[in-house]
Design a protein around this ligand. Structure first.
Ligand SMILES: *Cc1c(COP(=O)(O)O)cnc(C)c1O
Length: 478
């Protein structure tokens, strides 16, 4: 238990030692063996540089760029860098691209939806997204009271253009495509979707949060990456997370618009109170300059040649992991690997047990539950650091599959019965957690039992169960 407010202050070195000890129970953020949550460049000194940059600007407040022009200059530089990587800026067909630095992909998407909603005149705004679009669009729709029209993807996991055309109506304010999707790493038919949206006079957002930064480099290396930036007519906005494949510390994404007029409804302005007139381009008002300075330092230090080298390592790591999957009986690639290696399993190989077996061997993957017609899969986000460990994967994957077959699927405890989301109470969740041996605050352990249970729960029940469980974890440590 941590006492955040001891009666007598604790010496600095002791506080840091305590923090280091706490971190020991986390998954390893470095070392190329965690395939979600973290993006590791494995470039010596890069983390230290970012932290020193963070330190310089930590107390600067992005609330007012006229008071802190350093932050404005850094943001404008990051937007220029992202814009020019994605088909905008001087000498392109989208010379007027503008943008904002946000705290992350979710905020970028929220703001793209807000701008589209507020630019439109309809009183019942709707957005059309492929079923593989990131959950942040559902969150944006929920927060902003916009209806979400979800269009099932085709057998190739790409957005279905004809079905999208059918769903665009008079109240549609935004159409969305991913480049690529998070779950499978698949690139939607951006040109076709954008043309469709343009024809109907609707905004079109490219969610490049995940791979928007690295894919142009992969294309330069010869990968078959179709155009997805502002060079594509009809693309009105693009999001790209710098805290993913630009390898900046967490808290930085960029939302780009084709021109300043498209961005205007993104702002919130309020002069109707006795304090300062508040003009916010993003959700936060007070915000630290730390993440922005850290991102700028990361980009400038790596430079084009650095990112090219990191893209090469990533591409090699993807190829090595993908052939390990192809060559291991019992598992197969579920989607063409670009930056994600997504694998599906044979019926006698339980994917949730396999994820546990891989974790026991030190490979921390991300199991994905069944969704509609799509089976459960295992997701690996591959970053540059994986290049150093990739060649060890094949043998461990084969061993994990063998162990998984031997264990067989997890027998499902009849815990859920006729449970409905309305029946979930804190007491019920507490009882379930006990039966499943889930201890609040314990380090991550075998999850197959929990995952198998959640996998058969309808989405609304899964949401309620996990919300209840998170609420159980998030209790003050008196
Ligand atoms: C990560 C991601 C997001 C959300 O970004 P956060 O930074 O986690 O808020 C949105 N879209 C895609 C495709 C992503 O991969």
């Amino acid at each position: 238990m941590i006492d955040a407010l001891p009666a007598r202050g604790v010496p600095a070195e002791q506080v840091l030692a305590e923090l280091r000890r706490l971190r020991e129970s986390d998954l390893p953020t470095h070392g190329g063996r965690l395939f979600a949550y973290v993006y590791d460049s494995d470039v010596a000194g890069l983390d230290e540089l970012a932290l020193r940059a963070y330190d310089i600007s930590a107390h600067v407040n992005g609330l007012d760029p006229t008071a802190f022009p350093s932050l404005l200059a850094m943001e404008n530089a990051l937007v220029a860098a992202a814009g020019s990587r994605l088909g905008g800026g001087p000498g392109t067909t989208a010379p007027a691209v503008v943008g904002s630095v946000t705290s992350g992909g979710t905020e970028s998407l929220l703001l793209a939806v807000k701008a589209a909603r507020d630019a439109a005149t309809t009183r019942s705004p709707r957005i059309v997204v492929p079923s593989t679009a990131h959950a942040a669009f559902a969150k944006a729709a929920h927060y902003l009271r916009v209806e979400l029209d979800v269009v099932p993807v085709g057998a190739d996991l790409r957005a279905d253009v004809a079905a999208t055309a059918d769903r665009i109506g008079p109240d549609t304010v935004l159409v969305v495509g991913s480049a690529p999707s998070y779950a499978h790493g698949v690139i939607d038919p951006i040109s076709e979707l954008a043309a469709l949206a343009q024809e109907r006079g609707v905004r079109f957002h490219v969610d490049g949060c995940f791979g928007g930064w690295v894919m142009p480099y992969l294309r330069d290396l010869g990968a078959d990456i179709p155009p997805f930036g502002f060079e594509v007519p009809g693309v009105t906005s693009i999001s790209v997370d710098l805290h993913k494949y630009a390898y900046a510390p967490k808290g930085v994404s960029v939302l780009l618009h084709r021109d300043a007029e498209l961005r205007l409804p993104q702002y919130f302005a309020y002069a109707g109170w006795p304090g300062y007139t508040m003009i916010n381009p993003v959700v936060s008002s007070t915000r630290s300059g730390g993440p922005i300075a850290a991102a700028l330092a990361t980009l400038r230090h790596l430079g084009g040649d650095g990112y090219r080298a990191l893209a090469t390592k990533t591409q090699e790591a993807v190829e090595i992991l993908a052939s390990a999957v192809t060559e291991t009986p019992g598992v197969r690639l579920y989607a063409p690997p670009v930056i994600v290696v997504c694998l599906a399993t044979d019926p006698d190989v339980d994917p949730f047990v396999l994820a546990d077996e891989l974790a026991a061997l030190g490979w921390h993957t991300q199991p994905q539950m069944a969704y509609g017609q799509l089976p459960p899969t295992i997701h690996l986000t591959v970053t540059a650091a994986v290049r150093a460990t990739a060649t060890d994967f094949a043998a461990d994957l084969a061993a994990a599959v063998t162990a998984t077959r031997k264990r067989g699927p997890i027998p499902l405890p009849p815990l859920l019965g006729d449970l409905t989301p309305e029946m979930i109470t804190p007491d019920l969740i507490g009882g379930l957690a006990l039966q499943l041996g889930l201890e609040p605050g314990a380090p991550p352990g075998p999850m197959a039992a929990v995952n198998s249970l959640l996998n058969v729960a309808p989405p609304a029940l899964r949401e309620a169960l996990l919300t209840g469980f998170l609420s159980l974890l998030q209790r003050p440590s008196w």
